[in-house]
Structure formats: C-alpha cells, structure tokens
Design a protein around this ligand. Structure first.
Ligand SMILES: *Cc1c(COP(=O)(O)O)cnc(C)c1O
Length: 476
C-alpha cells in the first residue's frame, strides 16, 4: 500500500482528474440525498478483505455516493449556513492532505503554523484585538465556543479567592447558537437567559437588568457572557458595545460568537454593527462559513492567549518535550496559583496550537484559508463579502415587488427571512422538498416566534439576484 507504482500513478490521475473536474464546475450540480438502504443497494459492499481497488472505489464515489451529497457551494443552496470556498483554497486543501503536517506544535509544524497565524492575525486585526492576542484554528464554532468558555471558567477559578461557587453560570440571550448550550451541558454550567429586543438582539441594558436581578448564588458563579455577532437564525448582531461595557463593570469574561457573522468585519458597510467587539476576551469566526475556506476551519482568538495555555496545555511524559524544546533550560512559565500552569518558557515565540483549545492532534486547517488570502489579498475578501451583502439587499427589493411575499425582518447581514402570505407550515415544507427534488435550490424553512418562515443565508458571491428571483417565483 505504501508504494508509488504504476497502479498508484493511474489512480493519482483519476483522483486528480475527479478533483479538477469538480473544482471547474460552475455551478456544480446541487445533488440530493438518499436513504441508507438505497445507498447500500446501489454501492454494494465496499470494505472487503482483499479490497475492491481504487478505481472501482472512485467509480462508486463518482456514480453513487457523491450524487447523494448536497453541494454546499451551489449558488442556490441557501439553507443553514452553506459555504463557498475559493478555487485557491480548495486546491491548497489537496496540498495540506498530501503533506502530513502535524499542526499541534511549533516544533513539528512551525512553517505551517506561522502561515496560519498570519491569517488569524488578519481576523484579529479586523476585530481590533491588541497586538498580543492570538489563537488557533479549530474544527468549528462549536469547538471554539467550548474551548473559549473552558478558558473563561479556568481563569475565573484561578482568580477566585473564596470557596468554589455552588454552580458555575454563563449569561446569554435566546439568540445564542445551540452549540453554546451544548458547551454548557458538557461543562455542567447553568445558563441565565437575557431578554432580547424586538429585533432579537441582546443589549447592554437588558444584560444589566438581568444581572441586577440575579440571586446571590447565581451571581457568585457567573463567569462569562456570550454575545452573538450575527445570530444564525436571523443574522442580527448583539449590542456588543453595551454588553462589553457591562462586562467591564462586572469583571466578566466576554466571549463573542461570530462563527457566522464575523466575516462581515471585512465589509465596511457592515463593520459598524460590531462596534465593541474589540473589547471581547475571546472570539470565534468560521472561515468555512462566510470566508470562503473549505471545511473544517474555525478561528478561535483570545485577547490573552496565555490564559488559554494555562487552561488547555496537556502534560504527559511523552509530550513535555514539546514545551521544553521551545525554551531549553527555562521550563517554567507559571501564570500564578494553582494547577495546570504551562511550561512555556519564551513568550515571544508563538505558542503550540494544541495548547490553546480542547484538542491535541490538529490538521493545519487554516492553511487553505491562508493560501487563498495570500493569493487574492484582503481587498478581494472585502469585495466578496460586500457582494453577498448586496445580494441580500437585492433580495429585499425582489420581495417587495412580489405581492405574495413579505419581508419578516430587515436584514442586518446576509440572512433574509420572509413569509409567503397564505401558507401554512406544510406548504413551506412541501415547497422546500420539491425545489430540492428538482435540483433547483435548497431552502430549508425555519421558525421565528413560532411562525414557519423562509430563511435564506447568502454566503456565496456566486449567488445572484436572478437565482433569488427563480426561488421567489417558485413560491407564486
Ligand atoms: C454555525 C455556528 C456555530 C457552530 O459552528 P460549527 O462550525 O458548525 O461548529 C456556532 N455559533 C454560530 C453563531 C454559528 O452560526
């Protein structure tokens, strides 16, 4: 198996041929979904004692499996948060796959991590984070939110003078992403719910009112506020400046989850909505959502990465060489009291990415993003995000022109929510299924205040107003 021979060469040509053809498709077919039973029947047994051969496996992928996966980069795939990687980013993902780079440590991955950090720095600068800030790329917003909140609690625990609180608690709004609730379950912390305004935003005033109303026990264990920089359901940005003000007064960690919306920091027309983000302690932005990187790639940035190192660094007999190798003869960098201090000696060197989140082995998943940024420049990113924002504004005009449609909420970013007058929930679902079955578009309905509505999430610069018109006309 570990040999490059003639058969491998033939397979290489076939695999690269497939990849090249897929990258060249504009647009790719939307494709669809199939039941497991149908797939088993169509594909037949594939994992066998003697192997079926690479060309045969590739044929099954091409003919059976790939058509049963949706193209997330199709310009009329507007469900959930789709993706739209650049050609440069996709091509470089092939290079990353070919290169066997361990991205967890500086010792093993210095060159790649250096480049990832350049891309991360661009995001940190867009957010207005200070020079010493930094972080790493993790698998997704979920992993980023969990890692940031674990760091926040670890920091609170270390700074605490008295006994441990009965319960650790975070405060956030109903607009928060489900992954934050999931992180709270994993961490066994409680969530205090902050009311939202009529647009669905958490404001500093509402946060202050909720904190003032907390019981002494809740207040005792409160360690972080999670604000959302672009809610996934409707794309509204919390009042980050107001929330940051309250966090400052209360001495609370501010985590901003901008997994979807953070890309809009690159767009001058939307940047102002994020005022205050520069005061966050930690920040998550997913380049695999709206910054044109392939899966899976989420940026996790800390104002003070030392706090993350003190939280996440793993120690083991065979790992400690990674810490010592960075600072021979100078093994102690104690953050203060308590367990879990790191042995990082020279803070002027970038830290090991493994030590900044809940992971150890790490693909250098920021490299395709870096390569595309380096290829095209940040101006092209600004323009591409602005294009999607303009398409969202065009959607509003197209809706206004159709008497059977009604805009539900003026879009702040690139999520457009609308209703079809006269439709009941089953109508929305039947319409959505039919569009997908015909290979026209994928537009999954959502609910807002209990009402079923259409939600279009535009992250693809190739999505045009004409694409939206096709979708809107199909609702007539
Ligand atoms: C998508 C999303 C997440 C989860 O990110 P994954 O990359 O899917 O793990 C978290 N928060 C927000 C606001 C999101 O939109």
């Amino acid at each position: 198996m570990h040999r490059y021979d003639e058969a491998t060469d033939e397979l290489a040509r076939a695999v690269f041929g497939y990849a090249l053809e897929r990258v060249r498709m504009d647009p790719p077919p939307l494709d669809g979904t199939r039941s497991d039973r149908e797939l088993a029947a169509a594909a037949g047994p594939t994992v066998t004692p003697h192997g079926i051969g690479g060309l045969a496996a590739l044929r099954i992928f091409t003919d059976v499996l790939a058509p049963a996966t949706l193209s997330q980069d199709h310009p009329r795939n507007l469900s959930f948060v789709p993706t739209a990687p650049t050609e440069a980013a996709i091509l470089f993902d092939l290079v990353v796959g070919a290169s066997s780079i361990f991205g967890g440590s500086w010792l093993e991955g210095a060159g790649a991590v250096h480049a990832e950090n350049e891309a991360l720095r661009w995001l940190a600068d867009l957010a207005g984070f200070p020079a010493g800030s930094g972080g790493t790329f993790v698998s997704g917003g979920s992993a980023g939110n969990l890692s940031a909140l674990v760091t926040a609690r670890h920091t609170a625990r270390r700074l605490r003078a008295g006994p441990a609180p009965q319960r650790w608690t975070i405060a956030t709004s109903g607009g928060v992403h489900s992954s934050v609730r999931a992180a709270a379950r994993v961490m066994d912390v409680d969530i205090v719910a902050v009311a939202v305004d009529e647009r669905g935003r958490m404001t500093g005033g509402a946060l202050r009112a909720r904190l003032d109303a907390m019981s002494p026990d809740e207040r005792d264990g409160l360690f972080a506020i999670v604000a959302t920089g672009g809610t996934t359901n409707v794309g509204v940005v919390d009042d980050l400046a107001g929330v940051a003000e309250v966090c400052g007064e209360w001495g609370l960690w501010l985590h901003v989850d901008a997994a979807y919306g953070g890309a809009a920091l690159a767009a001058p027309s939307a940047r102002w909505r994020f005022a205050g983000i520069e005061r966050a302690d930690s920040l998550v932005i997913d380049p695999h959502k709206w910054l044109f990187a392939p899966y899976d790639c989420a940026a996790l940035v800390y104002r003070d990465p030392e706090l993350a190192l003190a939280t996440h660094t793993q120690h083991a007999e065979y790992l400690d060489v990674l810490h010592e190798s960075r600072a021979p003869g100078n093994p102690s960098h104690d953050e203060g009291s308590g367990a879990g201090h790191t042995t990082r000696g020279d803070p002027s060197e970038p830290p090991n990415p493994s030590d900044l989140a809940f992971h150890l082995t790490r693909r250098v998943r920021g490299l395709p993003f870096w390569f595309s940024l380096a290829t095209h420049g940040t101006d092209a990113y600004r323009d591409a995000v602005e294009t999607t924002l303009a398409t969202a504004r065009a959607a509003v005009r197209l809706i206004d022109r159709r008497s059977y449609l009604e805009l539900v909420l003026e879009p702040e970013l690139s999520v457009v929510v609308l209703r079809r007058l006269g439709w009941a929930p089953p109508d929305y679902h039947a319409w959505s299924r039919s569009l997908l079955a015909q290979g026209i578009a994928f537009c999954a309905p959502t609910t807002l205040h209990g009402e079923t509505v259409v939600r279009l999430c535009i992250v693809n610069p190739r999505t045009t107003p004409d694409d939206l018109a096709v979708i809107f006309d199909s609702m007539a």
